[in-house]
Design a protein around this ligand. Structure first.
Ligand SMILES: *Cc1c(COP(=O)(O)O)cnc(C)c1O
Length: 424
């Protein structure tokens, strides 16, 4: 049997069984539902998109997968090249993996090892110059490792469910298992407030290897939105204290905040993309490093290499889907579609209020109604189902992250259903 996600199996209500899906619609035996969460925010082009389907079929006919260990293939090369031109600045070096969590692990590992490699070279500049050998003595290694082993992250962060991702995350509702071994003293969490950020850098700046954030929009931690000025200050502080800035754009990438990627506004050293990367067709993710990070590993010495390699990294079907997904995003001018979604949402939510509602937040293709008491949302999923909308509120958050191909009418229906719940 299936063990379902984030669920107490004993009390889990039966999940809706989907027998077909097309456009923004999911079909059960007896219902046609607008998917207001885009299958965990990934299905941006809708289901059964003919061009996406075709991209996969064409690749299947060549081959579905070859490993990247000792082999390569044109579809992965094309995607890496596409990302290089599509992403801002010198975010040019793509490390593929099979899920967002793993891609976050890769980013954190890169940041840690970047400083290990560098301090080896700094301790022995002649060696670095000659590019012969970058491994220092064990003693030097342990000292350098102590220096920058800390990671700064945000309060309410969510970066995935693998262990290091859980640690940089900050949500007891997801990761209460971590209590078993206590808080990691190498991870510091700060709120999205500039003065708190400055304080954290003043205290820990010299020992941090990275600052990891979900930029502008914290998804699973409660659809929390914050201002770009925080990220601008973060960039300055990272430069000042020589700390790598990591944007986890697994959720925010591909337009969700109204920007292609938030990295268009503030340039990180490493960006992580996932979820919508393949238009929700196949699990895949990528950690893209800038030149500085890449060159921290580039050496004659094998001990400076990044020792990582997910079995399905660069999967051909996933790469083919991702290439088509980016092509559609550009060609069909998705940024204006998302702007339209934001405008319609603003218009529909204007004047909406209820004593049970704490706040309504809107950014790009995301709207969230935060309530005071999670009980307020109990029964909403069924309520929405009966009105032809699939929704999955969590904790105090009733939200929508619709596929970008949604029509105004369909979007209004999603929003009306949300508002109606409070009018009963
Ligand atoms: C979903 C998510 C992840 C994890 O991605 P998976 O593919 O589920 O492993 C990481 N970071 C953020 C911001 C996410 O929203």
């Amino acid at each position: 049997m299936i063990w379902y996600p984030y669920a107490q199996m004993k009390t889990l209500p039966a999940p809706y069984k989907i027998i077909n899906a097309e456009g923004v619609y999911l079909y059960t035996e007896d219902r046609k539902l607008i998917d207001s969460v885009s299958s965990w925010w990934s299905v941006i082009h809708g289901y059964k998109n003919p061009e996406m389907d075709q991209a996969i079929i064409a690749q299947v006919k060549k081959f579905s997968h070859v490993m990247l260990g000792g082999l390569t293939h044109q579809t992965a090369l094309d995607l890496a090249e596409k990302l290089q031109t599509w992403l801002p600045g010198d975010l040019n070096y793509s490390f593929f993996s099979d899920s967002g969590s793993v891609a976050v692990e890769v980013a954190l590992k890169m940041a840690l090892q970047y400083y290990m490699n560098r301090s080896k070279k700094e301790r022995n500049p002649a060696v670095a110059l000659n590019n012969v050998h970058c491994a220092g003595s064990l003693d030097e290694m342990s000292r350098s490792q102590q220096e920058r082993t800390m990671v700064l992250a945000l309060e309410h962060a969510y970066h995935g469910d693998t262990f290091k991702a859980m640690e940089v995350g900050d949500d007891e509702d997801y990761h209460f298992v971590l209590e078993a071994y206590g808080k990691n003293r190498n991870i510091i969490h700060v709120p999205t407030e500039i003065d708190e950020l400055e304080k954290a850098f003043a205290v820990y700046g010299e020992r941090l290897n990275s600052f990891i954030v979900e930029p502008l929009l914290q998804g699973a931690g409660g659809m929390r939105m914050y201002d770009v000025s925080f990220l601008q200050r973060a960039r300055e502080l990272c430069d000042q204290y020589d700390v790598l800035l990591i944007f986890d754009e697994v959720a925010t990438g591909f337009g969700r905040t109204g920007n292609r990627v938030v990295a268009d506004l503030v340039l990180p050293d490493i960006i992580v993309l996932g979820k919508a990367l393949t238009g929700g067709y196949i699990g895949h993710a990528v950690t893209v490093a800038n030149r500085k990070v890449y060159h921290g590993f580039y050496d004659d010495d094998p001990s400076c290499a990044l020792m990582h390699g997910p079995t399905f990294m660069g999967n051909a079907l996933a790469c083919s889907a991702a290439l088509k997904s980016i092509e559609l995003f550009e060609r069909e001018d998705y940024l204006s579609k998302i702007k339209r979604i934001e405008e319609v949402t603003q218009r529909e939510m204007e004047g909406f209020s209820d004593p049970r509602v704490k706040e309504v937040r809107i950014m790009g293709g995301c709207v969230c109604i935060e309530v005071h008491d999670p009980e307020t949302l109990r029964g909403y999923q069924r309520f929405a189902y009966e009105r032809g909308v699939f929704s999955r509120p969590f904790l105090k958050y009733l939200y929508a992250m619709v596929p970008y191909i949604i029509t105004d009418e369909e979007l209004v229906k999603v929003l009306m259903t949300m508002k109606e719940w409070f009018r009963r």
